[in-house]
Design a protein around this ligand. Structure first.
Ligand code: PCA
Length: 229
């Protein structure tokens, strides 16, 4: 008999958020992911949320366990992009770890590949343009983004796409979303400057909308977008 852990759950959505990092006490991505999963469950969607450590090695391990346990059909990982004013639907994960600050285990790679044998990049398989359009329709500031950076979020994005590919099609749609700070968040005094922020409820709502768009079988919008520079 096969292990129940190996059964794929095509209808299940896995959302992930991160623990705080960089000396902060708070990271809005975890409460947003947890709240979005709750809301989706209330709407009848099979959704789970997992909190990832903000370390290069630990995030991969927790992600691997979560994927093996849940075998989801949709994966949306998210993290904080402090300083951004919009919900950023990421398009590209690059095979690069180059950290301006150490991760929570003190590890600070300086330009290493994530996977020596892996491709230079993966594209998100979320309907990224349709998701941004749906977020605009819900009056949530949102944009497409061409870079998730080269820290732990990009690492997790790359790992999600690599592992989704390795699972041979059981993950239909996967990607990464960067969130701005949430309003009223406890912040380090040194960074008390007025960084852009959105209400926490809107961050969670953005993830609900992204999950709903990812679950719809329709293809992505064909309209041109992108950036000139
Ligand atoms: N943001 C960081 C890592 C964890 C998080 O929430 C990043 O953008 O890489």
């Amino acid at each position: 008999m096969s292990s129940p852990h190996l059964a794929a759950h095509p209808g299940r959505t896995l959302l992930t958020g991160f623990e705080p990092f960089g000396g902060e006490r708070h990271n809005p991505s975890w409460p947003a992911a947890r709240e979005a999963a709750r809301t989706l469950r209330r709407l009848g969607v099979d959704a789970v949320a997992e909190r990832l450590p903000c370390t290069f090695a630990g995030s991969s391990r927790v992600l691997e366990t979560a994927l093996a346990r849940h075998r989801p059909g949709v994966v949306i990982a998210c993290g904080l992009a402090g300083g951004r004013s919009h919900v950023a639907v990421e398009r590209v994960a690059v095979n690069l770890q180059d950290a301006r600050i150490p991760d929570n285990a003190g590890h600070q790679p300086a330009g290493d590949p994530i996977d020596d044998a892996g491709p230079a990049a993966y594209f998100s398989s979320l309907p990224v343009k349709r998701t941004v359009a749906a977020l605009h329709g819900a009056r949530i500031p949102a944009e497409l983004s061409l870079s998730a950076g080269s820290f732990v979020c990009n690492h997790v994005f790359y790992e999600v796409m690599r592992r989704a590919e390795a699972q041979g099609g059981s993950v239909r749609s996967a990607g990464f979303i960067h969130l701005p700070w949430d309003e009223g968040a406890p912040r380090r005094a040194a960074e008390a400057e007025p960084w852009p922020a959105l209400p926490a409820a809107d961050l969670a709502r953005a993830l609900v909308i992204a999950a709903q768009e990812a679950a719809r079988p329709a293809s992505d919008l064909q309209q041109a977008a992108g950036a000139l520079y």
